[in-house]
Design a protein around this ligand. Sequence first.
Ligand code: GLN
Length: 480
Amino acid sequence: MNQDELKKLTISTASELLASKKLSSVELTQATLDVIEQQEPVINAFITVTKEIALARAKQVDELRAKNERLSILAGIPYSLKDVYNVKGVQTTGGAKILEGYISPYDATVEVLMKKSNAVLLGKTNCDSFGFGTTGEHSGFGPTKNPINIEYVPGGSSSGSGASLVYGGGVFSIGEDTGGSIRCPASFCGLAGLKTTYGRVSRYGAAPYASSYDTMGPMARNVKDVAIVLEHLAGQDARDATTGTAEVLPYSTLLDKSIKGMKIGMPKEYFGEGLDPEVRASMEHAADVFRSLGAEVIEISLPYTEYAVAAYYVIGTSETSSNLARLDGIRYGIEGEGDTWMQKIKDVRGKGFNDEAKRRIMVGTYALSAGYADQYYKKAQQVRQLLKKDFVRAFTEVDVIMTPTMPVLPPKIGENESDPLKLWLMDAFTVSVNPVGVPGLSVPTGFAKNGLPIGMQLIAPHFREDIILNVGYQFEQEVK
Ligand code: GLN
């Protein structure tokens, strides 16, 4: 299989080829590893390529298939994991220098499930360190480039997951989304990406950013593939007490339903000033497509939207300042120099964290500090409740909420270097979803004049991934 074929390969096609023995998993895996080797010097989508694991698993699947064993649809299919997931015996860095060389002693639940499905792990993908970023430029292992046009960012923080799928380095990838990190790179790379409901997929073994926001989910070339992977990831896990008991639906079999009569709400706050005109036009076109499919598209209001970025960052940085306290250079990753514990910890945190991580630790520590916690942290939690009310009310009026995924087109690499606040503001449409906990799916809607993709975000009530996957799929079928 050549790169052009790999770039388009979906789970359905790959699994048919494998099942009919027209292609072996070893052949598919080797072809993918070759493309990765050729592309990586420029794109930098992987931090670690697990070539030996990949080939060993592929061989094992081929042997099982030769014995006519009943196998999962994911069996033999190459995938990657964002480098926040622990994989036993493999380096896990979260994209941060401070964890360079840290070898995990156990598997994250996500990886346990993938292994059980006999999917083939290609490696761990690059990301903004600890998930702090919107562009993929803030990794301790160098920026990732967008293979569609290497002058542009692929989106972040699951940058390598997005970029590798664009160049054919795997059939799907599992990202992590705290405030848009799956949806943003999906949008900037022209992919489908699902932020799951908080509690739908186990967080066990995934390096934490903000524990009350973090969600795990698939990125793939189309909505159906996302649905298939979700079926394998979703469910309760005794190791993550926040996972929910809601039934895991056969998502990929529920995509064909007509969306006639469905109500889709476009929140007016997401279509105001600052929205790129090409993104706006693409959303209007998408709304027309929904109408042509028999859905009713109406304007709604989420009045607390303007406070979402502030509340998100106050709570997110607070939680992360606490989560990152464990990185003291003693238990994990690189070591600090010095004679005393204080000197060692200063050294390791000074050189191991990048500016963005330091900024967030400082903001979060400040927001939680005595005398300021009421003013910032508590206030932000109150806003969080108001954001939740906004969504609960909206879902009494409509079945699905539709917004642009990102307010702007992908920026050029380096474009926002001197303006961290601008980057935080780019998250305006994705960060409201995480404090509320509902699922959000990014689906490509078209391309801008410069050839870069645009994506829309579809949001449903808690544990109703089935609705947005259905709507996203129907849209995709109509425009393809
Ligand atoms: N861009 C957001 C942030 O920097 C989202 C990150 C994420 O989802 N991991 O916080």
